[in-house]
Design a protein around this ligand. Structure first.
Ligand SMILES: C[C@H](O)[C@H](O)[C@H]1CNC2=NC(N)=NC(=O)C2=N1
Length: 96
């Protein structure tokens, strides 16, 4: 199972993830993605869903019209792990 990141590892990972922020407890990272419209937002979610399923690592997220709000945490570990960082990078790539 993936190990929770240390404080230093969390800080280092976030330096490399523009737009992502740590939640107050340090157990999750969050980002709000905004798209041109609903179809673009939903297309993003569809592409991410395929990657997430392949990784067996799934986002907590919600969609309102052209906005997708994302929170990444590793439920099995009760906090942030390398899997969340990997998925965050994939989401940034798929949003671009
Ligand atoms: C059994 C299965 O491996 C787990 O339930 C997976 C599925 N997707 C998951 N997604 C996330 N974000 N955290 C998890 O701990 C997790 N665990």
């Amino acid at each position: 199972m993936a190990e929770r990141l240390t404080k230093d590892q969390r800080r280092e990972a976030l330096n490399d993830l523009p737009g992502w922020s740590l939640d107050p407890e340090g157990d999750a990272i969050e980002k709000t993605f905004r798209f041109a419209g609903f179809i673009e937002a939903f297309g993003f979610m569809t592409r991410v869903a395929l990657v997430a399923e392949k990784m067996n690592h799934h986002p907590d997220w919600s969609n309102v019209y052209r906005t997708v709000s994302v929170r990444l945490t590793t439920h099995d570990a009760g906090g942030l792990t390398e899997l969340d960082i990997k998925l965050a990078r994939a989401m940034d790539r798929l949003a671009g």
